[in-house]
Ligand binder design. Structure first.
Ligand code: GTP
Ligand code: MG
Length: 393
């Protein structure tokens, strides 16, 4: 006689489950294995992570070494130059970074000003950036702390350099921001205008007790300005191994209009989708002003019975550019409902790609589909289109 016992396996990949070694296949936390009955379907940790959607939009990642550098900055009361890419920075913040620096003096540089659409208005944009920083914990951030920067404009660079010199008060300055935000481009322009009044030179090397490669430029005999490695962009399309080239904004964005009916959808290439699912306006449709690179195809879909199957068909047939091979079906998506809490111009954005702007009404709900682990956000509008002719850039 033999005793036959059914071996518990992952319902998705079929691997035999084990709770001893997280590095080996089929691993599952022991508590999860105990908690479920023998006949219940269960997933190994790897499949659970692969299949399980995020409960909140994905956030930016950061290394421990970077945090240890910022602990130094905090200790010495250094000044932070926080550099953000105006086209897409809303999902680039990291809570551990913010916890260390929100009380330090700050200069905010918003780069790629030259790539913003022509209808953009400088004062509104500065206030928008300051508002986003206040929301992230920089309670005192003001529009006057923000410099809009085109790194090719020597006037913009002079303005930013002047603000840094005025604020840093003899202490070190750390230039931080997401990968690709434009930190090095700014510091290269800074160096072109730079007069070294100290008896020290510009150096490149590992920051104290870390492997972080930093540039250090002497501001005076006691302080440096550091160009630091970018914080993680794993939650952005730009952080993926081969980001689709169509998303890259290389010239001034030109806005496009798309009207989408209630329960219809705006397909953004084969990489995202936005559906108005509750609208209070009588017209029961939303007019989106869309800010993406010109090769990102946009398509307004009238409501259909099976929107999921339709979106899947578009993705499978590669009908709209861009598309990525890691977003094949609805199971690969994170899906969020954004319910508006106030009336007024609002944005919905996708990390590393762009955003749509529209007139929001309190209580309206928009459903956003993005590939799993790509950030998405809702905010007040980055660009307000004035009825009367406003100040042009
Ligand atoms: N059009 C435009 N392009 C910019 C601007 N600033 C930076 N760039 C471009 O953005 C890209 C990334 O800039 P970098 O300066 O390397 O970014 P970074 O923040 O140093 O990136 P990491 O070192 O990887 O963290 C480069 O191709 C720059 O030429 C700007 O103001 N306008
Ligand atoms: Mg750099």
């Amino acid at each position: 006689m033999s005793i036959i016992t059914s071996v518990r396996r992952c319902y998705h990949c079929g691997k035999v489950l084990q709770d001893k070694d997280p590095q080996k296949e089929g691993y599952i936390d022991p508590s999860a294995l105990v908690a479920v009955r023998t006949n219940q379907m269960i997933l190994c940790q790897e499949c659970y992570e692969e299949l399980h959607p995020n409960a909140t939009p994905a956030v930016a990642d950061v290394s421990d070494e970077f945090l240890s550098m910022l602990r130094d900055a905090k200790k010495e009361g250094a000044t932070i130059v926080y550099l953000v890419d105006l086209i897409s920075f809303e999902c680039s913040f990291n809570k551990d970074v913010l916890d260390l620096i929100t009380d330090l003096p700050i200069v905010i540089i918003a780069s790629k000003w030259d790539l913003m659409p022509k209808e953009v208005e400088a004062e509104h944009t500065k206030e928008y950036v300051a508002h986003r920083f206040r929301a992230e914990g920089f309670k005192k951030a003001k529009a006057t702390d923000v410099v809009l920067l085109n790194y090719n404009s020597s006037a913009d660079v002079t303005l930013a350099s002047g603000m840094i010199k005025k604020k840093h008060n003899g202490k070190n300055v750390f230039v931080i921001g997401a990968k690709g935000a434009g930190k090095s481009a700014f510091l290269n322009s800074f160096i072109r205008q730079f007069k070294n009044t100290s008896n020290r030179g510009i150096m490149i090397g590992a920051y104290k007790n870390t492997s972080l490669e930093v540039w250090q430029i002497p501001l005076d005999d006691h302080s440096y300005i550091y160009d630091t490695p970018g914080t993680g962009v794993k939650n952005s399309f730009l952080g993926k191994p081969n980001p689709p080239k169509e998303i890259l904004v290389t010239s001034k964005i030109v806005s496009r209009k798309q009207v989408v009916a209630l329960n219809g959808s705006l397909f953004i290439g084969g990489i995202a989708r936005i559906d108005p699912i509750r609208l209070s306006s009588e017209k029961k449709r939303t007019s989106f002003t869309c800010y993406f690179a010109p090769k990102v195809a946009l398509k307004s879909i009238t409501p259909k019975n099976d929107m999921t199957a339709l979106f899947q068909k578009y993705i499978k047939n590669k009908a709209l550019k861009p598309y990525v091979d890691w977003f094949k079906c609805q199971n690969d998506a994170d899906v969020f409902d954004f319910e508006l809490e106030e009336d007024g111009p609002r944005d919905l954005g996708i990390a590393g790609v762009g955003w749509v702007s529209f007139e929001g009404k309190k209580g309206d709900i928009y459903r956003v589909y993005v590939p799993k682990n790509i950030g998405t956000y809702a905010s007040r509008a980055k660009i307000i289109i004035k009825k009367k002719e406003g100040k042009k850039k």
